[in-house]
Design a protein around this ligand. Structure first.
Ligand code: UD1
Length: 420
């Protein structure tokens, strides 16, 4: 098992290049299943989740070639796709469910194992299923699988009870090949939805309204292969903005779309961080004023992203003052708090709110990455802690951050990856 050893570091300084967005490339790779020809996806980050998606595409019958030196993945779907996902791949990554919509639309049937069975239950895919049913599919939900069938999907209307990113993407992909017009109301508005819609439209789909709460999809009989460059990762961007801010550093972040991180910019400005948009990229300085506390509440886009809740909590643990963090997107996304508290932070949980008494001195400890972003939060805390912080379960971090150690080291962060 590998772990990170992190030491107290001075202010991070220098330049960092943001990679292509994990949450864009995964649905886009899934969408290649819809094409009748090869697709070339560019700016693909070398991540474990991308690797799992490529393996899944291969298992379904696609020819996939990965050139991570050039950051290009090429996918060529076969004439006849497999329509059952292999369990060992599907359970490794929740995003594998994104292949379900395209498979259903293309082959008339898709069967996917569900991660974790009953304990997680029907809830995590109920909105995806609601969309498939609205397009005339019959959906069967077993204890540990979901199966959908439809000889031909037909245009339908679906209202999402919550603007789920994955459900919006799955329904949009399936509807692209349905007979007639589909609409998704209360759709997710994340930039990754727009990126996917742009890709699908390049393939010949007719999608309007992506990035708003109402998406209209006019189905077409076939989609062709095409090339596409994925957008920069806004969560990686936010993580490096926080790294600069927390350490009192000065970092120029390249390959950024500032519009995608508006909520993060607003909150960092409230904390006293200086942010400047330049021709070269975004310059983030934490060395202008002392950090002060603020409250954050996670929400669907354009609200504050849940994926940056834990790294932002590290900043609030370091900043002077009291703050409250409210998590509204996921029910159980406070597992990093116990780990931050082991490093000396003073954070109390009350249901979906966490109260942070900021400004406590942090010290090194043995901690575990409880999820991908929590791992990043602990690394950032390690830069501010006396002594050595050992972060375990870093395979989770490697699911979503490309060259994390190399990028942080280049900025002066003291972090090493060691095999136990
Ligand atoms: C995506 C992102 C993930 C991010 C999340 C929220 C990818 C690959 N992952 O995940 O990084 O944290 O958006 O921004 O893009 N829900 C249901 N029923 C459903 C589907 C979702 O109740 O059928 C609930 C979930 O349990 C959760 C909430 O909706 O509480 C948001 O989930 P969703 O937006 O679907 O997240 P993902 O697409 O899985």
């Amino acid at each position: 098992m590998a772990k990170y050893l992190v030491e107290k570091s001075g202010p991070l300084r220098g330049e960092v290049e943001i990679s292509g967005a994990k949450n864009s490339v995964l649905p886009i790779l899934a969408a290649t299943l819809l094409a009748d020809g090869p697709c070339e996806i560019r700016d693909v980050p070398a991540l474990r989740d991308v690797d799992v998606m490529c393996k899944l595409l291969r298992q379904l019958g696609c020819k996939v070639s990965e050139d991570f030196r050039k950051k290009i993945v090429t996918v060529e779907p076969p004439a006849a796709l497999q329509n059952e996902a292999a369990e060992e791949l599907a359970i490794r990554m929740r995003a594998s469910i994104l292949a379900m919509g395209p498979l259903l639309a293309k082959t008339g049937r898709a069967k996917f194992p569900l991660p974790g069975g009953c304990a997680i239950g029907a809830r995590p895919v109920d909105l995806h299923c609601k969309g498939f049913e609205a397009m005339g599919a019959t959906v069967e939900l077993g204890d540990d699988y979901v199966e959908a069938r439809a000889r031909k999907l037909v245009g339908g209307k679906v209202y999402l009870d919550f603007p789920s990113v994955g459900a919006t993407e799955n329904i949009m992909m399936a509807a692209a090949l349905a007979d007639g017009i589909s609409t998704i109301e209360n759709a997710a508005e994340e930039p990754e939805i727009i990126d996917l819609a742009n890709f699908l439209n390049k393939m010949g789909a007719k999608i309007k309204g992506a990035g708003t709460a109402t998406i209209r999809i006019e189905g077409v009989p076939t989609l062709h292969g095409c090339g596409h460059t994925v957008i920069p990762d806004r969560i990686e961007t936010g993580t490096f903005m926080l790294a600069a801010a927390i350490t009192g550093g000065d970092v120029l972040i390249r390959n950024v779309i500032p519009d995608h991180v508006r909520a993060v910019i607003a909150k960092l400005l409230e904390c006293g961080v200086s942010i400047e948009d330049t021709d070269e990229g975004m310059r983030v300085r934490g060395d202008v004023k002392p950090l002060v506390a603020t409250n954050i509440k996670t929400m669907p886009y354009p609200g504050f992203p849940t994926d940056l809740q834990s790294p932002f909590m590290t900043l609030l643990a370091v900043a002077k003052g009291h703050s409250v963090v409210t998590e509204t997107v996921f029910e159980d996304r406070f597992k990093h708090i116990g780990e931050l508290n082991r490093m000396g932070a003073e954070i109390r949980i009350n249901d979906r709110k966490a109260s942070v008494e900021g400004g406590q001195p942090l010290h090194g400890a043995k901690v575990m990455a409880t999820d991908l972003r929590a791992g990043a939060a602990l690394v950032l805390a390690g830069f501010m802690a006396e002594g050595v912080t050992e972060v375990g379960a870093i395979h989770l971090v490697e699911r979503g951050y490309e060259d994390f150690v190399e990028k942080l080291t280049a900025l002066g962060g003291k972090i090493r990856r060691v095999e136990e």
